[in-house]
Design a protein around this ligand. Structure first.
Ligand code: EPU
Length: 308
């Protein structure tokens, strides 16, 4: 085997972990091995990693909390890039907040609440990091993260430079953003929040956590698998089609919520593909609706698909 990883290490000065299990990096726990994985701490690191990977023709995938992605059983032959602790800072500039993209949503909610700010608390209970939440425009209870975003600062992979764009230029819509189309490393997010008493914000957090605990299942999952079609929630359609409890290999449609697939620890990507196809076929036949994936699939060469 050529030592492309050693060449990449020499070019960047960063250490590359080899043959890393992707199960460990994703909440659903499916996937083979990643060829290499690197953690970046500075803007300069990002620049170097992308330059070296392009030269070596190594595909690159930036991963946040891994809560909305499913990797194939053959893994990903390229380089996983993860943001290190220096991207976990939260700066309060009341009522604005600037947070690094590796900040967990839960940390952002706690910190803004403690600072007497409201605006992100309805998202309480959503797992994952801020970068992933922005890319996917995560949301819950009629609120999306984009509602309170002011600007996003990112490394533009195509243009090879840092950019800061205002919310209006970021194409936020239901569960998508500019970043679904334009490859980028989201680095920081600026929010415009509202002053609010801590107790009021805490009450909202508790309400949402309780709602979530009763309507969404515990266990290894990637959250909702399908986007909600315009007229009916996907979970209800799957439920009405009588599919709850259906199992393929180690993957099970939750009895609590039809749009959650739970990995019992043995699930493979092949199980995932079969269960997705099965659900799509049955829901189309019974309800006349084509369900589209909400989660992102990443294949061996790094190609992302929105279908199995
Ligand atoms: N329902 C059923 N059966 C089920 C599941 C749901 O009948 O098995 C019904 C519920 O009773 C309710 C309706 O469907 O009347 C909607 O269900 P729910 O309130 O659970 O919300 P959802 O539309 O299924 C969306 C988001 C969730 C988010 C919740 C809470 C999508 C695809 N899902 O779910 O986001 O947490 O609202 O706001 O937009 C995610 O994106 O990964 C995710 C979990």
């Amino acid at each position: 085997m050529d030592d492309k990883w050693k060449t990449l290490e020499d070019a960047t000065g960063l250490s590359v972990a080899r043959d890393v299990s992707l199960k460990r990096f994703t909440s659903i726990g499916i996937g083979g091995l990643a060829g290499g994985a690197v953690t970046v701490e500075r803007e300069k690191d990002i620049e170097k990693v992308f330059a070296a990977a392009a030269k070596l023709r190594i595909p690159v995938k930036v991963l946040g909390g891994g809560t909305n992605v499913v990797f194939s059983d053959t893994g990903f032959s390229g380089l996983l890039v993860r943001l290190g602790d220096s991207f976990k800072k939260i700066e309060i500039r009341f009522p604005r907040v600037i947070a690094g993209a590796a900040v967990h949503l839960s940390a952002l909610i706690t910190r803004t609440m403690e600072s007497g700010l409201s605006g992100v608390e309805k998202l309480a209970g959503i797992p994952g990091t801020l970068g992933g939440a922005i890319r996917q425009n995560s949301g819950a209870w009629e609120t999306s993260i984009s509602d309170t975003v002011r600007t996003v600062t990112f490394w533009d992979i195509q243009d090879r430079r840092m950019r800061t764009l205002p919310k209006d230029d970021l194409a936020f819509r239901y569960r998508t953003s500019l970043f679904a189309e334009r490859p980028a490393v989201i680095c920081a997010v600026e929010f415009e929040l509202q002053p609010a008493p801590r107790d009021v914000v805490l009450a909202e957090v508790n309400t949402r956590m309780r709602q979530r605990a009763t309507s969404q299942p515990p266990g290894r999952s990637a959250g909702c698998i399908f986007k909600n079609p315009p007229d009916q929630p996907a979970g209800r359609l799957i439920d009405q089609a009588g599919l709850k409890g259906r199992r393929v290999g180690g993957l099970l449609i939750s009895d609590i919520h039809g749009n959650f697939f739970i990995n019992d620890g043995r699930a493979t990507f092949a199980d995932f593909e079969r269960l997705v196809a099965d659900v799509q076929t049955q829901v189309r036949e019974r309800c006349g609706v084509k369900l589209e994936l909400e989660v992102e699939i990443i294949r061996e060469n790094g190609n992302q698909t929105k279908d199995v």
